[in-house]
Each structure stands twice: as C-alpha cells, then as structure tokens.
Design a protein around this ligand. Structure first.
Ligand code: SF4
Ligand code: SF4
Length: 371
C-alpha cells in the first residue's frame, strides 16, 4: 500500500529544498534537462513525489542520481522552484535514509551538529594518528593518559563501522530500487555491457558534458578546461588517484626518501587534478556564478575545503621529502594532512561523498534497463 507523509515537504526543506512547492507542474525543467530520456522524467516527477509526500517512491528511484546538478532547470523555471536544488536535497535525503545510524540525518539537517561531529572526529583521528607514530614525544605524552591499545583499537572499530555502513547503504539502495521496479522494465542489457557503460561514463562523464552544450547554458561558450564536468572529473579522479597512491605506499612500505617513487608520481599527478578541480569549485561557489553554485551548505563547503587542504598539504609534504626538511612545521602539516584525509574516508558513508557509490549503482541499473 502506498503511504503518504503529509509532513514530507517540510522535511525535504531541512535538506535544502527551498521553494519546490511553488512548482505548478509545467514540465519546463524536464524539457530543458539534457539527461532525461524516454525512460526517465526528472526533475518534474521527483518534485511531484515530494509534494505528494511519497518518500518511499523517491528512495526507490534511481533518477535523483542520474542528475549531475548542472542547474540549467533552475535557471529556466518560471516559478523559481529550484528544481536543481531540489534534486540535490533529495539526494541528501536518500543518503541519510539509506545509511543505518541516523548520523547523516543529524549532520545534514543541522550545521552546528555537523561542525561538532566533524571536529570531534578530527580530534579523535589526531589521537589515532599518534598510535601510528608512537616514537613522537606527543604520542608518549598522550599514551600516559590514554592507553595506546584503547585508542588504536577504537580507531580500527570506527573504520570498520564506516565500511559496514557503506555496505548497508548500498544494499539498502539496491533493495529499494528493486521494490519499485516496473514490471514492464526488462534487463535487456547484459551485466557486463552495463558495467562497461558505467566505466565509460565514469571515465568520460559524457552525460555531464552534454549538460554544458545547451544553447541557454551559462557554460556553453566557456573553454572546456573550466567547465563544471571537467571540475567534477578532476576532483573525482584526483581523489581516486590519491587513494590508490596512498594504498600503494602503505602496501609497498614506501621508505619516504624520494618523490620519484612510482606511487609518489601517481600521487603528485592526482594531487594536481584535485587541487585544480577544488580550486575552481570553491571559486564558482564563492562567486555564485550560476544558480547551481549559489546555495552552498556547510557540509558542501567543508567537503571542498577538506579536499583542497588535503591536496595542498600533500604537496607540502612532497617538498619536505625532496628538500629533506623534517621539522616541527612539517610534522604539524603531516598531522593536518593525515587527519583530514582519514576524516574524508571515515565520513564517506555519512556525507555528500556517498553519492560516488549511489550514483555508480544508479547508473548501472539505468544502463541495465535501457533495452
Ligand atoms: S519545477 Fe518549475 S519548470 Fe519544473 S515543472 Fe515545476 S514550475 Fe515547471
Ligand atoms: S540540475 Fe541539470 S541534470 Fe539535474 S535535473 Fe536539472 S537540468 Fe537536469
């Protein structure tokens, strides 16, 4: 039986969907969106579901994740209903609904709670980090009050908990998508073909590129290297590259003596991508160049600044290795770099970051059912 929640529209506003109930269902946004296809009908249909309080239908839809937040629909909405912002809000709502702890819900709805949790985790990770560097003077001082094993094991438990939350979130999304599966929808595209289409999309962001080609797009005349799809691409692949480089460092036990170690070269290139992408994204949001960049939540700012600081401090550490500088400033930068990087990983399931997982899944099911 379909359940309607009359308070759902108010609930969505807490996630950033401001005036979406001003929508009078004209369909202009769906017509303007280059990503809607014969099998999809967003953002208009998603707005209708929100207004009618059909939250289960939203959670059971892959359409929120097929939108790349270009904002073209918001620029042209005759009612200023902000359909692009609405799509971002229902993604936030879905992230908090799929993960099991309720932590994301609290953090997305309240900026003070978000800041408190982020700082608390940063302090804890700082302590955890010293368990990896027990020879530091500060570490000896901390362990005199809090045993090494307690901090270290608690850190491992928390990282394990994040991993389990991610798996739970992914399973929850898959179950929801299957619940809503249209009986007429056929999986005509094979598993491997759909997988190759997902890889191709993540490699090129071809669908996102289409957003910038419309006549009335602010970005149409701008050079390719400043377009939002390239910014998104640089941040995404920059982060993935850094994750791979860090994992290789860890597995290969990099002696930290040269910047020409293969994993270091990969890390430097990936770091350049990430700093470039995040610098542009921060600049666009700061200047509010379009509607899509004009409303930035505390969580969005934190996410971008964390990525930017992780990239910049990474280069500082590279330079320290190159010039053999091992002083208190470098140790402090090391602490900041590692705490922020670990926090990004730790918050994966509980932040905007989770869209990387959910969009990938949604794209897979979308391609699989295209036939
Ligand atoms: S969000 Fe705006 S453009 Fe879209 S259907 Fe509603 S009124 Fe029309
Ligand atoms: S923000 Fe862009 S991709 Fe998303 S629904 Fe609007 S026009 Fe489509």
């Amino acid at each position: 039986m379909t359940k309607i929640d009359p308070h759902f529209a108010d609930e969505l506003k807490k996630y950033g969907a401001k005036d979406f109930d001003a929508c009078f269902n004209c369909g202009n946004c769906t017509a303007i969106c280059t990503l809607t296809e014969k099998s999809t009908n967003f953002p208009r249909m998603m707005l209708r579901l929100g207004m009618l309080g059909l939250k289960k239908d939203i959670l059971a839809s892959r359409e929120p994740w097929l939108c790349y937040a270009c904002g073209d629909c918001s620029e042209t909405c005759p009612r200023q209903a902000g359909p692009g912002q609405y799509m971002a809000a229902i993604r936030r709502y879905a992230i908090s609904a799929y993960e099991p702890t309720g932590l994301t819900k609290l953090m997305f709805k309240s900026n003070p709670i978000f800041v408190f949790v982020t700082l608390l985790i940063a302090v804890f990770l700082g302590f955890f980090l010293f368990t990896l560097k027990p020879e530091y003077e500060v570490s000896r001082w901390i362990f005199a009050y809090l045993p090494y094993a307690v901090i270290h094991n608690m850190g491992l438990v928390i990282f394990g908990f994040t991993g389990l939350s991610m798996i739970w979130g992914a399973l929850s999304m898959i179950l929801n998508l299957n619940r809503n599966k249209d009986k007429k929808e056929k999986s005509d595209v094979s598993f491997f073909k759909a997988l190759s289409l997902v890889i191709s999309e993540l490699t090129t962001l071809k669908r996102y590129q289409n957003c910038d080609t419309e006549e009335d797009s602010f970005w149409k005349e701008k050079p390719w290297y400043v377009k939002p799809w390239l910014v998104h691409w640089a941040i995404m692949w920059g982060f993935i590259g850094l994750l791979v480089a860090t994992s290789l460092d860890f597995i290969l036990k990099d002696p930290v003596t040269t910047i020409w170690w293969p994993s270091r070269i990969l890390g430097s290139i990936a770091g350049l991508f990430m700093v470039y992408g995040t610098s542009l994204a921060i600049n666009y949001r700061w200047k509010k160049v379009t509607k899509a960049y004009s409303e930035t939540s505390a969580a969005d700012w934190t996410f971008l600044w964390f990525l930017w600081i992780a990239g910049i401090t990474g280069f500082w550490l590279e330079a320290s290795v190159a010039f053999g500088a091992d002083n208190i400033a470098t140790q402090f930068i090391f602490l900041v770099h590692t705490v922020i990087s670990m926090e990004l990983v730790l918050l994966f399931a509980f932040s905007k970051f989770a869209h990387a997982l959910y969009r990938t899944l949604a794209l897979f099911f979308h391609f699989r059912n295209q036939g």
